[in-house]
Write a protein that binds this ligand. Structure first.
Ligand SMILES: [Zn+2]
Length: 343
């Protein structure tokens, strides 16, 4: 009953964008281990039923941690700060890393893991938070307290079965094999990369434009989304996205070294000498050329590597257009940036 009510609460609170990001993350990285990747995503989005969350949803439960009895069971407490949880962290392969990462909101904790851990360790990270939650439920629902080593064994066994499953997907060819190389790559240290994308609506001749600037740690420096009306085709839409993106970074005075688009035509126009005379969108392409400078490299990348910009371009039809600099990055961008880093 409690779970059902919480599910309803989540259903109301979970935005379309969060749900779509969850589905996207649910695909490649954790192979067949759906329960783990979905749990990790729920934890990141503060939608797992720890005691404080339940109380926030008006359920008549104590908000106190039932394992240590030393404080309210927030997500941070349940998965990181509780003495029982931190013993698991400290006993794991990530103990040294964990000892310097114990503060702040859970989302920042996850983001820090994405930025500072290698992919293999990131898998361990996700597996540990899942095992800690598994042990927490054993205690709360069956009053059975697992020892630290038992929790780590649960994490290890689940990890092995997941890895076996992952190997299976590599051996058996699938219709759409997952390409692990298809992910967003950060720029070199000290440089900035801008990703732009367009979402064209033929029925209304509108184009949603998304632009995001990140540094070598994956940190968002600026981002924007906008709607332009009167656009008649996808190529014009991609060109508009590039022009708007260049205007945006110029307005902010950002020095961009790399620009990525998932339109190969636009990347070609930007990076090669092309005769624009007589081209149907020649004037627009000339405007883009005028805004590019010799320090910028413009590249084509597949859609899978351009998810954050695509997300901004699509979501502008559900939200108001916005322009944000470093001090005001909207919270709802974080999940897609997180997804870019973990996959
Ligand atoms: Zn506790």
């Amino acid at each position: 009953m409690v779970i059902f009510q919480l599910g309803q609460a989540i259903g109301v609170k979970c935005s379309i964008s969060t749900a779509s990001v969850l589905l996207r993350v649910a695909k490649p990285r954790f192979g067949g281990a759906n329960k783990i990747k979905i749990f990790a995503w729920r934890a990141f989005n503060y939608i797992i039923p720890c005691a404080v969350q339940l109380q926030n949803h008006k359920l008549q439960v104590s908000n106190w941690c039932q394992r240590c009895g030393m404080g309210p069971e927030t997500i941070e407490h349940a998965l990181r700060d509780c003495i029982v949880a931190s013993e698991v962290w400290m006993g794991s392969a990530l103990g040294i890393w964990f000892s310097s990462q114990r503060r702040g909101p859970f989302q920042d904790f996850c983001m820090e893991a994405c930025l500072s851990l290698k992919l293999d360790n990131l898998e361990i990270f996700v597996m540990i938070i899942w095992a800690i939650w598994f042990a927490r439920n054993k205690k709360v629902f069956s009053n059975h307290a697992l020892k630290t080593k038992e929790v780590l064994d649960v994490a290890g066994r689940t990890m092995s079965s997941y890895q076996a499953c992952w190997r299976g997907t590599e051996i058996i060819p699938t219709k759409h094999p997952v390409d692990r190389s298809k992910r967003w790559i950060p720029p070199k240290p000290g440089e900035l990369k801008m990703n732009v994308d367009a979402s064209f609506r033929a029925d209304s001749n509108q184009v949603g434009i998304g632009c995001i600037v990140r540094d070598s740690t994956g940190c968002v420096i600026a981002c924007c989304s906008n709607i332009v009306c009167g656009c008649s085709d996808p190529l014009t839409a991609e060109a508009l996205a590039m022009r708007e993106g260049l205007d945006f970074v110029n307005q902010l005075g950002l020095q961009i070294q790399e620009i990525e688009t998932d339109s190969s035509s636009i990347a070609d126009f930007c990076s090669k000498e092309v005769d624009l005379y007589g081209h149907e969108i020649g004037l627009l392409l000339q405007e883009i050329k005028n805004r590019l400078n010799s320090n910028m490299v413009c590249c084509f990348i597949p859609r899978e590597c351009n998810r954050a910009a695509h997300f901004l371009a699509v979501s502008v039809f559900q939200r108001d257009p916005f322009f944000f600099g470093k001090d005001a990055i909207p919270v709802w961008i974080k999940p897609v940036v997180f997804a870019d880093l973990i996959q």
